[in-house]
Design a protein around this ligand. Structure first.
Ligand code: GDP
Ligand code: MN
Length: 386
């Protein structure tokens, strides 16, 4: 789960990470008053969306006076912000953060993330923070210093000092940096975060260190332990089809292609997407209806698939284990009766009660194509989608 910058900063502040003062607003008319309360010469107006790259996309602007802040907020609120992380459709801005402007001396990068290959959290820091960290990571990875944390031990101060010196901080700044790294790691652990990133962490003209930007993602499987964090979920930032699917416990991920797929089991779903690509097609989604789906879930899954306007053909690939093939067939028939068959459907099934399933499909009188192998199913559905 993702949260907004202002929410991440509020959490970090409770753990002792210094953040700029600021307030979020949803009406432009409130901006000037906030700017006056902050009282700094410059205030920063920042669009709150679940995507980075806002600076380059026009979602972070400096205002010289309260009237200017109101004007900027007015332009930003309601706009569709397109950044390199939002995709071409962009995100609607319905909230902005108005913050004190800081005089920055340096922009640093600092993050904690789980490194799955070593099975340990890794803390990364770089002197080349700011808006191009992806580029730094790709072309000059040596500019990113890393320390791996032994989970049972936690972060040891010397590791944080090592990072501080590696990114060129002086003695006094390193002390502040060590405190921030410790607080950040503590926040990461205690919230079951999967990613915590400050980009930039700034050194101000007066030598203070502050988190100017904050990104925080959480492990969905641990959310049950954090009802307060769960409440921060912003459904407006999520794909509507994925929200609908989560209501029925369907694992659905929306993709860009035109072949809808309905599969039971994550492994089979991955293999199905692969074989569609191999046959020259592009999957419109990942959808795992689960091993024990019933006819009702199949019907809901089919509805969600068909709500994607890009879908030109559907491949249903089911291995009948706990979910029997005849139950699948009943679900598909019920869904098709309700929704019609706007696009060609190819079904490949195997396993428990497969003959009964095939008989039901055949006797339904519906125009469905059946296939006996995954290869044949993929080639057929790719042809039908053209
Ligand atoms: P992102 O582009 O979505 O990652 O948004 P950020 O919050 O990182 O802001 C982008 C950039 O705006 C930062 O790297 C800074 O260069 C600039 N910026 C943000 N706040 C301030 C500020 O208070 N003062 C100044 N001078 N620049 C700022
Ligand atoms: Mn940033």
């Amino acid at each position: 789960m993702k949260i907004h910058e202002f929410q991440a900063k509020a959490i970090l502040a409770t753990h002792g990470v210094p953040v700029p003062r600021g307030e979020t607003i949803t009406k432009a008319s409130e901006a000037a008053a906030v700017a006056r309360r902050l009282g700094t010469k410059v205030v920063v107006v920042k669009a709150q969306i679940h995507a980075g790259g806002r600076g380059k996309g026009g979602g972070v602007k400096l205002a010289r006076n309260p009237e200017d802040a109101e004007k900027l907020a007015k332009n930003m609120l309601g706009m569709t912000l397109v950044t390199h992380q939002t995709g071409p459709e962009g995100r609607k801005v319905s909230r902005v953060l108005v913050e004190e402007g800081l005089q920055m001396q340096r922009e640093l990068y600092l993050s904690v993330v789980l490194d799955r290959s070593s099975g340990k959290p890794v803390v990364m820091a770089s002197a080349a923070g700011g808006m191009d960290i992806e580029e730094v990571a790709a072309s000059t990875p040596e500019k990113i210093a890393k320390v791996y944390i032994e989970p049972g031990v936690g972060i040891v101060p010397f590791q944080a000092r090592q990072l501080g010196f590696a990114i060129g901080l002086d003695g006094a700044q390193v002390n502040k940096f060590v405190q921030i790294v410790g607080a950040l790691y503590e926040a990461y652990l205690s919230t079951d975060a999967s990613l915590l990133e400050l980009n930039p962490l700034v050194v101000t003209a007066s030598g203070d260190l502050l988190a100017l930007d904050a990104k925080m993602n959480f492990d969905d499987n641990a959310l049950y332990r954090h009802p307060d964090i769960k409440e921060l979920r912003d459904l407006a930032e999520e794909d509507p089809l994925e929200i609908e699917a989560s209501k029925f416990s369907l694992n659905y991920i929306h993709l860009d292609g035109n072949i809808g797929c309905m599969v039971n089991g994550a492994g089979l779903a991955m293999a199905t997407m692969d074989i569609i690509k191999l046959a020259g097609g592009e999957p419109a989604n990942f959808l795992d209806v689960g091993g024990g789906a019933n006819a009702e879930q199949i019907r809901n899954a089919f509805k969600i698939l068909m709500s994607d306007k890009n879908v030109k053909a559907v491949l249903i690939n089911i291995f009948g284990g706990i979910l029997r093939c005849d139950v699948l067939a009943q679900g598909v028939i019920a869904a098709v009766k309700e929704l019609g068959v706007p696009v060609p459907i190819v079904i490949r099934m195997e396993g428990t009660n497969v003959d009964e399933g095939k008989r039901l499909l055949k006797e339904s009188g519906m125009k469905l194509t059946t296939a006996d192998s995954m290869d044949e199913a993929a080639i057929t559905v790719v042809k039908l989608a053209h």
